[in-house]
Design a protein around this ligand. Sequence first.
Ligand code: NAD
Ligand code: ZN
Length: 378
Amino acid sequence: MKALTYQGKRNVKVKNVPDARLETKDDILVKVTSTAICGSDLHLFNGEIPRMRDDYIIGHEPMGIVEDVGPAVTKVKKGDRVIIPFNVACGQCFFCQNHMESQCDHANETKDTGGYLGYSDSYGGFAGGQAELLRVPYGNFMPFKVPEDAEMEDEKLLFLSDIVPTAWWGVESAGVQKGDTVIVLGCGPVGLLTQKFAWMKGASRVIAVDHIPYRLQHAERTNKVEVFNFEERDNFEGNMKEITRGGADVVIDCVGLDAKKNLLEKVGTALMLQGGSLGAFEIASKVVRKFGTIQLVGVYGLRYNMFPLGHLFERNITLKMGQAPVIHYMPELYQMMKEGKFDPTDIITHRLPLEQAEHGYDIFDNKKENCIKVILKP
Ligand code: NAD
Ligand code: ZN
């Protein structure tokens, strides 16, 4: 089968690799019809997540048709249309049973965190979904079976695998309430969906921050948010505080580590935080109001030195973070989408055959061709 494989830092290749196959009695095998490249894949691509190996298959936002199932699988059968969540989760442990599927006790044997599809040996070592075929473990829990009468095309459904429930979890976890002023850092796919959901939760102001003009324009046009380019404004933080009268009720960081922006390799983490470079978390900690909440949705993979604990403590800030538990949100968000409450497809800018995945990584990582979200079609 063809698959997008890791070949060292900033080097991915579509290669012919051995077919994925069933490995345990409750696995399912999926013929992938659509799969997306995520901002999280860029952390792998840029070498920010340890324990990647050559030929490792990336990808955690897939959907497709069930090709085969293990003898213990009863939830789905050959021919079913399924969306596969990025959380690898058994469905049985304390965490899975209590809506914390992103920290399943059985998905990562190497350390006490969850496991994720296509996200390196640090997180379970599962082969990913940017491929023609995908082995999915825990076939009685993980797949979301698309109802047979669903008329929705892949493009709408696909993002239930990750970024739709992730963004929804972000605003819920942050406790966004009616009347809140919400600052969303980042106008990538996750930030753009977070902006939509902040409005749906009743925010009275949603302010979007980025430094890429076409992405800010997209946010302004499609989500009707106020936009700020943090590089263009003098005294960006002062401005934010002034317009929000002392800071936002909630700041949602949809950036995480940005290898390009924060120049980690060149200057080192400590210097970056002392100097003028505005890492997203640093911005968040400065533009949140006293007693406000910072929600980290963006992924932080490396040790973050000079963490401003004292600054957060003395201003009574609540800080929440982590990989989103997406599985239990899938039915509810499917229903909302079916009822037309939101439509995530306006973030899609590129549809490419799997063979052109390398190009997809290039334009998404380097923010070329006005790229926002790339869908791959195996
Ligand atoms: P993306 O790279 O397309 O978007 C990130 C955006 O942030 C870019 O537009 C970039 O210009 C902007 N940015 C960079 N530095 C900034 C700063 N200091 N302030 C404001 N904006 C800044 O990626 P994406 O697909 O939208 O994903 C965003 C983040 O969400 C990534 O870190 C990804 O790993 C993470 N993510 C987390 C989860 C989860 O479960 N927690 C799930 C999916 C994605
Ligand atoms: Zn993702």
